[in-house]
Design a protein around this ligand. Structure first.
Ligand SMILES: Cc1cc2nc3c(=O)[nH]c(=O)nc-3n(C[C@H](O)[C@H](O)[C@H](O)COP(=O)(O)O)c2cc1C
Length: 160
């Protein structure tokens, strides 16, 4: 039976809300990429922005998961300075053994053009993304994303 993994990074919980909602609908597995360098607080917020502009990749704690067990991996992250958040970029730069089918969702404050961040992830992968979604933060925190979630899931071609 096809297995799906949702693998995400979230600094302040927005991306995590969407990841968890999708996990429930898809009955998927879920795992988190962690990065303590950008823990809560203003200093670390500024550091995240500074590192992101400079493209300085942090070390991350990747979940211990056998990616060979999955047919589809759905990556999730916030947008930082118009790029995918650095912890996801770090994770992908290690060339993880992702399956052919990879999808992406991003959350963002609303002042970026998300296509740029999507293209960066697409370029980092060996295969093309099967589906993408970018959601403004207020939609996620306002629990106003059911249409987008349904549409995204239907583009994934999985039986939920
Ligand atoms: C360092 C940093 C840079 C950000 N840069 C952008 C940006 O360029 N464009 C945007 O729309 N939102 C930007 N945001 C807002 C986040 O994308 C948004 O709050 C996101 O939903 C947070 O997700 P999280 O709660 O899962 O960490 C930035 C946030 C941080 C911390």
């Amino acid at each position: 039976m096809a297995k799906t993994l949702i693998l995400y990074y979230s600094r302040t919980g927005t991306t995590a809300i969407f990841a968890e909602a999708m996990t429930e609908v898809l009955n998927a597995d879920i795992a988190e990429i962690k990065c303590h360098r950008y823990d809560p607080g203003w200093f670390r917020y500024l550091l995240a922005g500074y590192d992101s502009v400079k493209g300085r990749l942090p070390s991350v704690d990747s979940p211990e998961i056998d990616l060979d067990n999955y047919d589809l991996v759905i990556l999730g992250a916030p947008i930082w300075t118009s790029y995918p958040a650095l912890p996801l970029r770090s994770y992908l730069s290690r060339n993880p053994n992702l399956p052919d089918r990879v999808a992406l969702f991003l959350t963002y404050g609303g002042h970026s053009v998300p296509e740029k961040a999507v293209k960066i992830v697409d370029d980092l992968l060996q295969s093309n993304l099967v589906a993408t979604l970018a959601l403004p933060q207020d939609k996620v925190t306002g629990d106003d994303f059911s249409e987008e979630l349904d549409a995204f899931i239907s583009r994934l071609n999985v039986i939920a």
